[in-house]
Design a protein around this ligand. Sequence first.
Ligand SMILES: Nc1ncnc2c1ncn2[C@@H]1O[C@H](COP(=O)(O)OP(=O)(O)OP(=O)(O)O)[C@@H](O)[C@H]1O
Length: 333
Amino acid sequence: MIEAVDCFKGYDGTPVLQDVSFRVKPGEIYGIIGPNGSGKSTLLRLISGVERADAGEVRIEGRPAETYSRRRLAQLMAVLEQEAIPPVGFTVRQVVEMGRFPHQDWLGRERRSGGEARGWAAPGEKVGGEGQPLVTEGQKGGGEGQPLVTEGQKGGGEGQPLVTEGQKGGGEGQPLVTEGQKRLSGGVDRLLDQVMERLGLMALADRTLDQVSGGERQRTALGKAMAQEPRVLLLDEPTTYLDIGYQLQMMDYVSRWNRENGLTVVAVLHDLNLAAQYCHRLLVLHQGRIVAEGTPAEIIDPALIGRVYGTVPAVVAHPVSGIPQILLQPEEG
Ligand SMILES: Nc1ncnc2c1ncn2[C@@H]1O[C@H](COP(=O)(O)OP(=O)(O)OP(=O)(O)O)[C@@H](O)[C@H]1O
């Protein structure tokens, strides 16, 4: 699904990543851990296509990442970072709707995904599923459907209308939104409702982001990623500013999405206990190089962690799951 081959990246002549090669299997939750400055976020930026390796390459489904258009990459991958969205004036629902942008044309009309969208709904539910188009044949007959970009949103951004009056007048007697597109949008509305319900965002839908808590904002960002219907989710420290309840909730949502829809996840995580609980395999970076790769049982080892982080923890088996967990060990304990 994702493959890094002999990647090298440096800034101002200083190597930040060297000889980095690994492969993430489809449907895997793959964690990247390592101390501050070890190159984790840089590696994620190479995978997301934001930056290119100086040597070597990242391949997505066998193709070099740079051969994908921005739009195609955004259809394939969503990125969720720490403090993912600033509290600007959009409502929670508007932000979740923004997840559809890679699937829309320049007028905000939904385009067919050519059967590639996998959808987020659980097996048995109508929207999505393995290799299913977003809107199924049964759903095509469906409801009235609202355009995804509302009048309020069209006015969007920095006082600049996204669609001018002139543009609205568009084609030669052609309605800009056809009946078929309306039905497509109707299917998308159902998808958005499902995402909002799953994440418990319905009650917050009309609040602007400055009227919700940090945890709720992060959940909104996850909703936007889900609405994007990616095959790959890239997480860069998504739980940093969350309390333990929200940390678990966030990772539980991701884990459920992975189980039910075969989503592939690559997650940079500082919290080794969360990484061990949720990741199938872990990659350990140290000073820009890979020092280990393996299952949490193989990686969460006092000697290895001590060598990489400079502090030797106590490792115990979780009393319920048996997964290795670390206990920090002060020098004078
Ligand atoms: N754009 C840049 N220009 C110059 N140096 C950079 C740039 N981006 C990252 N670096 C340097 O590359 C190294 C790796 O940074 P990176 O952010 O990838 O590490 P990280 O493992 O994600 O760190 P942290 O855990 O602290 O977030 C650091 O020394 C950082 O200062």
